[in-house]
Design a protein around this ligand. Sequence first.
Ligand code: NAP
Length: 342
Amino acid sequence: MTKRALITGITGQDGSLLAEFLLDKGYQVAGLVRRESWFRHNAASHLAGRIEVLFGDMAEGVDIASAIHEAAPDEIYNLASQSRPGESWSRAPETLLVNGLGAVRLFEAVRHHRPDCKVYHASSSEMFGPTAGASQDETTAFNPVNPYAAAKVYAHQMARIYRDSYGLFISNGILFNHESERRPLHFLTQKISHGAACAALGIVDSLEVNEMGRPIVEGGRLALGNLDIARDWGYAGDFIRAMWLMLQHDAADDFVIGTGKLHSLRQLCEVAYRSVGLDWRDSVVSDPDLVRPLESGQTQANPAKARRVLGWEPTVSFEDMVQKMVMVQVENLRSSNKKSEL
Ligand code: NAP
């Protein structure tokens, strides 16, 4: 029998990749989408006609319940979120409403209307905050240091409470940073890919702007914050497979998903610029105005449980991921240049 999946956050990076993955597996896929998002270009625009679009907002409990009623899903992937930790400082109430309360309303709707449905909930490695240990696994204590992480901790714990108290199948994926060519340009990895692509094409002032409202590349320079940070960065295509594997497992559980490898921002810049034959030190500068007040610390995944229980392994290397992102940026810039010449 054809399986039915409902994805919240389908217009985002993970949601659109997951939708493609599930469609390839023969699923019927529905997505909860904010009306205004569907009518502008988004990461799932190319799936129009192949997915069922259910308009709604995670801030509205009634929208969530009616989407579940309409879609009658066997699996729900709850990916919708105000997903930028930095922005959560200026949007703290909205972040809690969508990332925290929105998730709980979804669990409530499942409890009342679709109790046999399996649920994947998007937790985050941001929940760990600055930690003392060398790497983090499912037993590591949470220490959230921004509103985004605090809201994620709340939803994560509520998922466990609903699982244990009502016997619902809700699995939490504690995912570390995962990137792809679908990241919006204000994300660090994509900003660097864009910077390298501009350098390769000789673009001195890019049309795209950073969080200060200035061109991402200005006067041939790419301004970044703290170059000393390091992250466990993986490729999003690998991570959405882990989400699906969690719901194919016979019991709901929590899983840490990450590569287990730490790379510095300097290494990221080096790989990105090297992939177009350039030296990053000729273009990248550190701007104190772009340094975050409180960084989340250098978290590094220990994905041993996911490897052992789910058989999950990342397949795309850090270098391949960065190169791919840069090449897509080069293509995008070339085609927008061509369009502007017409
Ligand atoms: P993303 O690209 O920013 O996508 C976020 C999605 O949430 C978008 O589809 C957005 O829709 C939707 N959304 C936001 N507010 C909403 C609302 N009020 N009602 C309905 N939908 C709403 O994020 P992502 O990178 O795919 O991440 C997916 C999930 O994993 C998120 O929960 C994120 O916090 C979590 N996560 C991501 C990472 C990572 O490195 N990518 C790491 C750990 C955890 P619009 O198009 O309408 O804005």
